[in-house]
Design a protein around this ligand. Sequence first.
Ligand code: HEM
Length: 165
Amino acid sequence: MTAIEQAILTWIHLVAAAMWVGGSLFIGIVFSPLLKTMTNSVEERMQIMIRVGRRFNKVAVPSLIILMATGLYSSHVLLAKPDLLVATSYGTFLIIKILLVIALIITYVVHVRVIRKDVEDKIMSKQMPEPEIQKLRKKIIILGEITVVISIAILFFAALLDAGV
Ligand code: HEM
């Protein structure tokens, strides 16, 4: 790979990371507190959040796929050498980063799957009792927070790789 090809690959990886991390942080830090001031009804807040989440997913899922594709392509030469992978700190950080990405995907899939279509329909048509909504909400919030924390941790390992620690 030439230097310019390398730069373009890193650029795509960075843009996708910005979309994934930026988007989730925006929802958590800006949108979520704002939503609380918009309506007192938990049911309405869930309805809005589900719509925002569904919309964000259209950008978030492709971003995550692009991150994995470009990241794995950048490291495929090293990944093919298991002995080097475990013998260097770069290799160890890369393995940890990949494991974190796997944990991220699992958490995110569970997070999204909590609101399956039938659950969504029940909330949208106001057929879900308030305590059940509250319970669901708590679960989603925790899973969402774990997603953000893992993403930030992945960025730290990206920084370690970049610095060549
Ligand atoms: C399977 C998934 C992934 C793999 C294999 C991977 C691999 C890599 C590699 C090899 C680098 C270059 C590091 C260097 O400078 O030597 C890198 C950089 C980076 N990655 Fe990933 N990555 C993955 C997913 C992610 C995710 C999910 C995020 C965001 C949360 C992310 C964010 C970054 C950032 C910000 C950089 C810094 C670019 C730089 O300065 O080089 N990566 N990644």
